[in-house]
Design a protein around this ligand. Structure first.
Ligand code: HEM
Length: 154
């Protein structure tokens, strides 16, 4: 179960990033070109937030069964000084929760705005900040400190 969840979580990362990038593109495009906030744009906003929430659920589940996190929690005093263990036990979770909260707030705020311009602007800004937070806390394969594969087989 652990390896299936890990591979699923790794794969959903690409859906999170792709949907966020597309929503941000639609946000700036609509904002700068003064477009109408269409039903399609609303679906993009909604689907992006939903994918982030699915990743949150898988991530939380993973957190409770991960041997790395278990080691971190049961050996906190020593583990907090080990870079890789601390990353998954604390840093990754905190940053990703922040990113997902930003997406959620941005999505809800955009939905409640009354003009199309404000909807686009809100979506563009909140999702852009969330993207930066998320990008900074993914254990990329090229990261010198915490490296994980770009794709993991099931
Ligand atoms: C947008 C949100 C997130 C993204 C893009 C993301 C991405 C990733 C990636 C790429 C990995 C490495 C997977 C691998 O080794 O192949 C990972 C590991 C992990 N993630 Fe996330 N994550 C997100 C949110 C979360 C959240 C919210 C939690 C927990 C509440 C979480 C918990 C974990 C844990 C525990 C691991 C490592 C498990 C282990 O190696 O034993 N993630 N994440």
């Amino acid at each position: 179960m652990y390896l299936i969840l890990l591979a699923t979580h790794s794969l959903i990362r690409w859906f999170v990033l792709t949907s966020l990038l597309f929503a941000i593109y639609r946000g700036y495009r609509g904002w700068l070109l003064k477009k109408q906030f269409s039903r399609f744009d609303n679906s993009v906003r909604h689907i992006t937030a939903t994918i982030a929430h699915v990743q949150l659920i898988v991530g939380l589940w993973l957190y409770f069964i991960s041997p790395i996190v278990a080691y971190f929690l049961y050996n906190f005093k020593d583990a907090v000084h080990e870079r890789q263990i601390r990353f998954f036990g604390m840093e990754h979770v905190t940053m990703m929760l922040t990113g997902i909260v930003l997406i959620t707030i941005g999505s809800v705020k955009a939905k409640r705005k009354t003009t199309d311009l404000e909807k686009f602007k809100t979506m563009a800004i909140w999702f852009s900040i969330a993207l930066l937070v998320i990008l900074s806390s993914i254990p990329w394969s090229f990261s010198p400190l915490v490296s994980r594969p770009l794709f993991r087989s099931f």
